[in-house]
Ligand binder design. Structure first.
Ligand SMILES: *Cc1c(COP(=O)(O)O)cnc(C)c1O
Ligand code: SF4
Length: 341
């Protein structure tokens, strides 16, 4: 029998890709013909080890130590050089904890730290030092989060974040949304996820069916930082997500050595536009310990953003923001040359 070349995604495909992620930096470097970089690896990192799915590695360029996808995931020894101002909890998440796995910083919306687990470990992640073990919203069948929402009827939007909420099974997510249906205040559900980017198979039939059946306005916010993260499988996953009727947005982090050029930012927006994804936020780096080498200074960020503004339709320009502890929203970063706005 001649095997069929195109096999539809099976329910277990994404789980297998999740489990089979590369977690040994030497294996990754050998795979990319970059074994000579081994000298720059940190001695050992038990708190936030390398983790990258093979399908994402396949989008990296062999032999290129500066590959923008590789830079996002490869642990380097400079992470372990302390830098003044770069701390474990730069955005005040510990102070904003409302209940088990609940972050309530902004009016009307709560962010659920659904799980501590991610398919990929991004070196610049501001949650890299977070002790997730027991403080996650999915624990005890989402009881803490549901109680919190019951006590806060003014909250009309639930944001699933993490970790990566789509590392949970679709059944586990449905157990939450089935219970949310009993709360009349809920108008919007949002999902912040990088999983479809690194494992496009995550957008399978079960996920689509779940999304289609939700009774609220649903928004999926992806996290793509560079145009080269797009491959045909990701474009297809975006199309499948959009066909469920969700709003599809993207947030990126401005990262030195990854996307800190006008060309990279414009190409990213173009690639997002081609895939039907609207750029939402471009974040300045949160000053988390271990990520100082990714920082782009504020003035340089404004100059890049202004140049991108001049090259793109307005709807493909993300909002340049930073998270400042205690502020009532993400803080927009403005160009002083345009005066007080
Ligand atoms: C970023 C963030 C949100 C979402 O903010 P929007 O501006 O609505 O996208 C909500 N809660 C917390 C704790 C956040 O950090
Ligand atoms: S929470 Fe998002 S940015 Fe942080 S490691 Fe997970 S996928 Fe990467």
């Amino acid at each position: 029998m001649i095997p069929c070349p195109v096999r539809p995604a099976q329910p277990e495909d994404w789980r297998r890709a999740f489990r089979d992620a590369i977690d040994d930096p030497l294996v990754l470097l050998r795979h990319l013909d970059l074994a000579h970089l081994a000298a720059r690896l940190p001695g050992s990192d038990h708190t936030f080890p390398l983790r990258v799915p093979r399908g994402f590695v396949a989008r990296m360029r062999r032999g290129d130590a500066d590959d923008p996808l590789l830079r996002q995931v490869l642990p380097l020894d400079e992470e372990f050089r302390p830098q003044p101002g770069f701390i474990a909890d730069p955005v005040g998440d510990v102070a904003a904890r409302g209940a088990l796995g609940v972050l309530h910083k902004y009016r009307g919306r709560v962010l659920l730290l659904a799980t501590g687990s991610c398919a990929v470990h991004c070196r610049y992640c501001f949650r890299r030092h977070f002790a997730y073990s027991d403080d996650i919203a999915a624990a005890a069948n989402w009881r803490g989060a549901l109680d919190y929402l019951q006590q806060h009827p003014d909250v009309d939007e639930v944001i699933l974040s993490g970790g990566d909420p789509l590392s949970l099974s679709t059944a586990k997510l449905a157990a939450l949304t089935d219970q949310l249906r009993a709360l009349p205040q809920i108008r919007r559900l949002r999902i912040h996820t990088r999983l479809p980017v690194v494992i496009p198979e995550r957008v399978d039939d079960a996920l689509e069916a779940w999304l289609r059946a939700l009774p609220w306005r649903v928004t999926v916010v992806l996290h793509v930082n560079h145009a080269r993260e797009f491959d045909p499988a990701l474009v297809d996953a975006c199309a499948r997500l959009r066909q469920t009727g969700v709003w599809l947005l993207n947030q990126s982090v401005l990262l030195a050595g990854v996307n800190d050029s006008v060309e990279a930012l414009v190409e990213l927006s173009q690639a997002l536009g081609d895939a039907g994804v609207l750029p939402y936020y471009l974040h300045l780096l949160d000053r988390v310990a271990g990520a100082a080498h990714f920082e782009v200074e504020r003035d340089a960020a404004i100059a890049l953003h202004e140049a991108a503004r001049a090259a793109l339709p307005g709807y493909l320009l993300p909002r340049l923001v930073r998270e400042i502890e205690g502020e009532p929203s993400k803080t927009p970063i403005w160009d002083p040359a345009h005066g007080q706005r």
